[in-house]
Design a protein around this ligand. Structure first.
Ligand SMILES: *Cc1c(COP(=O)(O)O)cnc(C)c1O
Length: 427
């Protein structure tokens, strides 16, 4: 993240102080308070455009997976670049529409769409539903018919490929809850093609998240191409393939394939099938462009370990306690870049032993009151936050060159508490 060789560094040091583009993080902390998320708009654009460039020549739409970061301003940045959206709930559908994504570029995924969600998406006129089971297909057909419509559908097939990623974010193996087993594909596709409220458009896959190798993609897309051939031989028309998301990012020291390498696999495997393509990256587009800015409340010296107790916690950034995920941590003020580091447990104030942002993280000398930036927090950060311990949702700030804006204010404690109601019989 702090690689000075980047042409436009999203986060860089000036005189020992960390900046987001042309705004100093210390100033953001003064203006907005801590903890707060900070995103760099140039980084969002750079990622999107790099991927779009790699896919040049392919009939591909990038449908940003909104669940990675669903702030309207973030979605708007992508909308302005021509992106579509991949949504998994009515809430995300509404966000995508409110941010200006054209309905005809919205894909609705997810294993458990309710009839009211189907109704909302049909009314909006989305590009396609990625359907994950036969009962869902039947329900969608009924809803569409009751509205006098046909629902555009891609069936999500589970290719039985191990994505080689963390088991908690792997989705494409037999036995995962996602998709329709590839052996059942022919029968379910035939059913779909015959249902009166369904317009069968194509096949979808999504094999997992944070993939760092391309072989699983090659294996899955090869199966996808074979399936297309089989289905076409049976007389079933297929016009669109949804290749899913999952492209990985560098949290620690992963080596990653380039977007060009990924695009080459797409070309090799499904590029000649005369189908429109959809890809659904989430993390890849937003992870590196976000930090969680936090302040050290206390330094505590135990007998064997040293703790930095910070004002951000597992409820604000859940990935470390949920997946054991690693995030880089940078002191915002580090006047001596050669200072020796020592291992520190960076922990939050929440009353749970798992509220550890990072154990034994090597940090230069830090003190109470210092600011820290937790890196790679743009994806699956703010969106997974909760109000556990009655901690209000933290603000989000977007920086764009020298401009900065609060894109979600800190939730007032009054608003958090006002959601509850005491029944009259207890008054
Ligand atoms: C979560 C998800 C994505 C995005 O995954 P990333 O790893 O963030 O790219 C794409 N498609 C589907 C169906 C998903 O569930």
């Amino acid at each position: 993240m702090l690689d000075a060789s980047q042409d436009t560094p999203l986060f860089s040091r000036r005189d020992g102080h960390l900046w987001a583009e042309d705004v100093s993080l210390a100033r953001i902390a003064d203006d907005v308070g801590t903890p707060t998320y900070v995103y760099a708009a140039s980084g969002l654009r750079k990622r999107y455009q790099g991927l779009a460039h790699a896919l040049t020549g392919l009939p591909a739409t990038i449908c940003y997976a909104v669940k990675a970061n669903s702030n309207l301003a973030v979605i708007r940045v992508f909308a302005k670049l021509g992106a579509g959206a991949d949504v998994v709930s009515e809430g995300e559908l509404r966000r995508a529409l409110a941010a200006g994504i054209p309905p005809r570029k919205i894909v609705f995924a997810g294993v458990g769409k309710t009839k009211s969600e189907m109704t909302a998406a049909l009314a909006a006129g989305i590009l396609q539903f990625n359907v994950e089971s036969e009962p869902e297909l039947v329900a969608l057909s009924e809803v569409a018919m009751s509205m006098g419509l046909r629902a555009p559908v891609a069936l999500r097939i589970n290719p039985d490929v191990d994505a080689g990623t963390h088991h908690k974010i792997s989705t494409g193996r037999k036995g995962d809850k996602f998709g329709i087993d590839i052996d059942q594909a022919l029968s379910v596709v035939s059913r779909a093609a015959a249902l009166p409220g369904i317009s069968f458009e194509g096949i979808a896959m999504h094999i997992g998240s944070q993939l760092t190798r391309l072989e699983p993609y090659r294996a899955a897309y090869t199966r996808l191409a074979e399936l297309v051939t089989v289905l076409r031989k049976k007389g079933i028309a297929i016009r669109r393939l949804d290749l899913g998301g999952g492209l990985g990012v560098v949290y620690r020291d992963e080596t990653l394939p380039s977007p060009a390498d990924y695009a080459a696999i797409v070309r090799d495997t499904v590029g000649n099938l005369d189908c429109d393509l959809v890809i659904e990256p989430g993390r890849y587009l937003v992870a590196e462009t976000g930090i969680l800015l936090t302040r050290i409340i206390y330094m505590k010296d135990g007998t064997s370990r040293r703790f930095a107790i910070i004002d951000a916690a597992m409820n604000d950034l859940m990935r470390p306690s949920l997946y054991g995920a690693h995030h880089p941590i940078y002191p915002v003020r580090n006047p001596d870049s050669h200072a020796a580091t020592s291992p520190i447990d960076v922990v939050g104030p929440v009353c749970e032993s798992t509220d550890i942002l990072s154990a034994q993280y090597p940090l230069p000398p830090v003190a109470a009151g210092d600011l820290l930036a937790i890196g790679m927090a743009g994806a699956y950060g703010a969106v997974m936050a909760s109000t556990y311990n009655s901690r209000p949702l933290v603000p989000e700030v977007l920086v764009d060159g020298a401009k900065m804006a609060i894109i979600r204010p800190r939730q007032p404690l009054e608003a958090l508490i006002a959601l509850d109601q005491i029944p009259t019989w207890l008054s």
